[in-house]
Design a protein around this ligand. Structure first.
Ligand code: FA5
Length: 336
């Protein structure tokens, strides 16, 4: 039986409000919406406070029973609010974790990195020469004038210094212009006979174009033994190039000038299309260079060469511009 008294009417309103509040809380989709719904029903200016304005006019008995209904309703709404709040916060956290999740066991990308074509060729050059008994040497990129020029028979005012435009450091050293510095360093370390190669980066103060970089790679070679002749250069180079180009290679020598070799040559090789192409300078090690390295030129002789690695990569793959080498363009590098 509905209680038609003032207290009964107020209690019905409170109960209705309670049901509406619970439905509203249940339909909230975020902690923010939930807080708003809470304020709408239980806030200071909310619907429950508005209804309770009629409370003061009730009789003491009605106040007691209505007060109980109000208390139960309020507690019910508060409990539902707390429960909904917790579950909405958990859902939000789970969603964020799922978004940020890093799956350490997921399959790795099928795309693998690989070595730069210059590194690939350098490793192959090292292997070919190692098989012929050459030892691989290394040296610094910042050098002294003495290692880069002086001990290689460049006198201080010799015009040959201008053949290799130099990047100087503020303290009077330089960025090595060629790997021939390793000839000097090797003679300081090893007693003849020896045969070495030395791959490395070299630097020149040069305008760049399709065939010139300011930073490029060379492989130095030096062989010191008794009775070494030009025939040895030709034999070693033919063997080397035939392995690189995977066919029998013909070479020829033309005169070339470098202060540290005598005689000096430019070595050309015969391309498949029948044209000769200049490949590398080489020559018999100059007696002054041997002497500066503490080696007696009456007893020992040898040859040296300086292979431009970038240009060899270009010949091998038909690359038309050396500036691709250091551009760091993945579309270029992924072709090799
Ligand atoms: C030299 O550097 C001598 N040290 C080579 C040498 C060694 C001669 C031992 C005799 C005995 P050259 O400056 O020509 O020589 O350079 C050698 C090779 O490096 C060239 O044939 C070319 O392949 C490469 N090279 C030279 N300058 C550049 C450049 N700016 N960019 C790319 N490659 C270059």
């Amino acid at each position: 039986m509905p209680d038609e008294s003032a207290g009964g009417a107020l209690q019905s309103k409170i109960t209705e409000l309670g049901a509406a509040a619970l439905a509203a809380l249940d339909s909230c989709a975020s902690p923010g919406e939930l807080d708003a719904a809470y304020q709408q029903y239980l806030g200071k200016k909310g619907e429950l406070s508005a209804i309770m304005k009629g409370f003061g006019a009730l009789s003491p008995e009605e106040k007691k029973s209505t007060g109980q209904v109000m208390h139960q309703t309020r507690t019910g709404i508060e409990e539902r609010f707390a429960a909904r709040k917790q579950s909405l916060e958990e859902e939000a956290l789970a969603a964020r974790l799922a978004e940020e999740a890093y799956d350490a066991l997921r399959p790795l990308s099928a795309e693998r990195g690989h070595l730069h074509p210059i590194s690939q060729l350098q490793m192959q050059v090292e292997e070919i020469f190692s098989n012929m008994g050459f030892r691989i040497m290394d040296g610094p990129e910042v050098e002294t004038d003495l290692h880069n020029f002086g001990r290689l028979n460049f006198s201080d005012d010799h015009p040959a210094r201008d053949m290799q435009d130099t990047i100087w450091t503020v303290d009077g050293n330089l960025m090595r212009t060629h790997t021939s510095t390793i000839q000097v360093r090797t003679m300081q370390k090893l007693k003849p006979p020896f045969r070495i190669i030395a791959p490395g980066r070299v630097f020149r103060y040069e305008e760049t174009d399709a065939t010139h970089e300011n930073t490029f790679h060379q492989v130095e070679g030096m062989l010191i033994d008794r009775d070494v002749s030009v025939a040895h250069i030709i034999h070693i180079m033919k063997t080397f190039l035939s392995e690189i180009f995977e066919r029998e290679i013909k070479v020829r020598l033309r005169p070339g000038y470098f202060p540290f070799v005598e005689p000096g040559f430019e070595l050309d090789y015969l391309r498949e299309d029948g044209r000769w192409l200049e490949l590398m300078p080489c020559g018999m090690v100059h007696p002054n260079v041997l002497r500066a390295g503490g080696i007696d030129p009456e007893e020992w002789s040898g040859f040296a060469f300086g292979l431009g690695l970038d240009r060899l990569v270009m010949m091998r793959y038909g690359i038309e511009d050396i500036r691709h080498m250091l551009a760091g363009n993945l579309r270029f590098q992924q072709q090799f």
